[in-house]
Each structure stands twice: as C-alpha cells, then as structure tokens.
Design a protein around this ligand. Sequence first.
Ligand SMILES: NC(=O)c1ccc[n+]([C@@H]2O[C@H](COP(=O)([O-])OP(=O)(O)OC[C@H]3O[C@@H](n4cnc5c(N)ncnc54)[C@H](O)[C@@H]3O)[C@@H](O)[C@H]2O)c1
Ligand SMILES: O=C(O)C(=O)C[C@@H](O)[C@H](O)[C@H](O)COP(=O)(O)O
Ligand SMILES: [Zn+2]
Length: 389
Amino acid sequence: MTAAAAVRVPVGAGAGTDPYEVLIGHRLPAALGPMLGTARRVAVLHPGAVAGTARAVRSELAAQGYEVTLLQVPDAERAKTAEAAAHCWRALGRAGFTRGDAIVGVGGGATTDLAGFVAATWLRGVRWIAVPTTLLAMVDAAVGGKTGINTAEGKNLVGAFHPPAGVICDLAALDSLPADDYAGGLAEVIKAGFIADPAILDLVEADPQAARTPAGPHTAQLIERAVRVKAEVVSEDLREAGRREFLNYGHTLGHAVERNERYRWRHGEAVSVGMVFAAELGRRTGRLDDATADRHRTVLQSVGLPVTYRGDQWPRLLDTMRIDKKTRGDLLRFIVLDGLAEPAVLAGPGPDLLRAAYTEGVAAAPTGGPAGAVNAAGAVTASGRKAAT
Ligand SMILES: NC(=O)c1ccc[n+]([C@@H]2O[C@H](COP(=O)([O-])OP(=O)(O)OC[C@H]3O[C@@H](n4cnc5c(N)ncnc54)[C@H](O)[C@@H]3O)[C@@H](O)[C@H]2O)c1
Ligand SMILES: O=C(O)C(=O)C[C@@H](O)[C@H](O)[C@H](O)COP(=O)(O)O
Ligand SMILES: [Zn+2]
C-alpha cells in the first residue's frame, strides 16, 4: 500500500490553525514531503527504539532534497522533561533552525508530545509532523495538537495546543512494538469505544486475544475508528473549551497513578484503572447502569490491562488529582458516562463518594512489586519499567 492507497482521516482547523490529514496504511514515508510545506531543514526527533525508522525517514527526505538532522531523545516518559526539551532547543539553535524549517516526531506518544512541544515553543511555533510508531500514539497522542511535558508536580502540566501539519501512521511499525506497549494503546482504543463508538468494544470483545496483536483481523479498523473519534472531537474543540474534555475519560485518576508510580506504569495501563474508577463514579451517581459499568472491567481485563490499584495510595492520588487540568479552583471535575457513548462532566463529587468509588471499585491490597497492580485473580498485571523521575 502506498500513500495513495492509505486511509485519510481529515482533522478540521481550530481557531487560527490549518486542517490536516491522518494517513493510515503501509510504506508511507514518501507522504512526508508534501506535509513539510516550504521547509528545507528538518529535525527528526526519535528514541533509540525506533532509530531504524528515523534513519529511513532521513534517507527518504534526503532523497527529496531536505537537509536532515537526526536528534535522539530519551526513551518513553523520560523524554517529557524540561531538560529533554532544552536539549532539543540547543540542537535547533546550533543547526540554525528558522521559522521556515520543520520538526518530525518519530516514536510513541511521549516522543510526539515532546516533538510537538519543541515545535510549539521554538521561535514561538514551527511546523511539525507526527510519525507515530505505537498504537497509542497512532490512535490518540499524535492527533489533535496537545503537546507537552511533565513536571515534578504532575503529568503534562506544561504544554501548548499546536496541531501537526500531518500524521503518518505506518502500520508496519507496530510489528516491533512490545506486547505490553501494544496493550497500553488498546486502553485508548477502548476509551474511544466507551465515549463515542461502541462498535469498537464489540470488535475487541469478539476476540480479545486477536485484539492484543497487530496481526489481528480488526487492527486497521480499530485504529481507523479510534482516530475518527479523536479527529471528530478535536476538529470541533481544539482548545478543550468543552467537548474535548470527554477525551480525558479515565485520565483524572490515571495521571495520578502514573505520577505515583514515577512513570513505571504505562499511560494506557494507568488510564485503564482510571476508566474503571470513572465507571464506578458513574454507577454510584445513578448515571450509569451496572452492565455498562461492569463492562469496563471485563473488556479491559480481557486484553490484559490492569483494573485495580493500591488501596493505601488514595490520599496521595486525591492530592495529585487536585491539579488536574479539568479542576477549577477547589472543584474537582471528572468525565463520567450517562450511558454508553454518552460522556458528561461530573463536577464537585464529595470526598465520601470519591473514596467509596476508589475503595470499592478499584482498590487492591498493596503489593511489593515495582508496579503494584493486581488483577481480580491477584496476579501482578502492569509490567513495571524504569522510573522516569
Ligand atoms: N497528546 C495527546 O493527546 C496524548 C494522548 C494520549 C497519550 N499521550 C501521551 O503519550 C504517552 C504514551 O505514549 P506511548 O504509549 O506511545 O508510550 P511511549 O512513547 O513511552 O512508547 C512506549 C515504548 O515503546 C517504544 N517504541 C515506540 N515505538 C516502537 C516500535 N515501533 N517498536 C518498538 N518499540 C517502540 C518507545 O521507545 C517506548 O519505550 C504518554 O506520555 C501520554 O501522556 C498524549
Ligand atoms: O486529546 C485529549 O484531549 C486527551 O485528553 C487525550 C488523552 O488521551 C491524552 O492522554 C492527553 O494527553 C491528556 O491530556 P491532559 O490535558 O489531561 O494532560
Ligand atoms: Zn491518554
């Protein structure tokens, strides 16, 4: 499949921004050129894990006459720091990058978040293109122009809305993705199912084992459906003045878990637990029926995602949630469901409700493992990885 045969999902213009396309297919690097506009110099940011893909992008662009700088950035969440951004700014300064030049982010969501942030801040904004290489980045992070880095106080606390000029999802990249990272991406796919497109849930539930691998029969359809959900929402509300908050389903608690675990948990793993918590909040406020609430745990577990977290951590998690971007003053706000595909805002739930939803919906006994998640059967499920802070 070439760029001509790729699925193209349009993303509309926000205030003052241009529309762009998400391409989904195979053998797509040649599609980069037309997205680069008049740029002559291109910086390709990438982690070591996809150095080969970054080199392929460099060869393609060099053949098209661009002057290409490869810039390796730290892996995973360790890329989303002020230090990593400063390292990129230094490299751009030394290479003489002007407002006419461009940045390409090749990697997972952490890399595309950093690349977009560097593009948003360098000279107050230069063109950038996302080449996502994880499932999560294809269906969510690379689309929509939320860019940013973490601080010690929490996740994504510094950033900018800066949409890319295009997104290239080359499905071949998924073949080398570790299984746990692929499963992490399924959390955002399933999120899109609960908030907007229940056919996604049906496809996953039809064969959860197949859904866990890029070789599954529905991979391309799941990706396209999730991208369309995201594209539709951000086209209408780039700056999260309203409906875009629905994309944050499961993230209020999820981000707190990520920080609490010093980013040893994958984003998708933490969001999985966060969605179970949000479903429990929906159930306890009389908005969500039992079957749909229970469906969260079942479908997430069926693809190997964690659905519980340490009960003893509640005070710390609550504290971190106070600085969530949906909070207004002292008012905590959560995305919940009024029904399947009917997201809504729950503003100011009381402390007893929050604690009960956590204790009875999510909490498990503390464990000594690096990640600390236990599933219903008592097995550690979130695979630990190196702490980012
Ligand atoms: N901006 C947004 O709208 C948005 C949306 C969702 C998530 N995010 C962010 O995305 C990040 C999570 O993204 P992620 O799950 O892609 O994690 P990630 O970027 O950390 O990538 C996961 C791991 O896979 C490796 N990797 C990437 N592509 C690979 C490939 N093709 N083969 C082998 N290894 C590969 C990476 O080096 C990393 O170790 C979080 O920081 C999250 O906050 C942002
Ligand atoms: O695009 C959005 O909007 C989202 O909320 C998508 C989320 O999956 C994503 O993790 C996002 O980065 C969270 O944003 P934040 O504003 O809560 O930091
Ligand atoms: Zn997310």
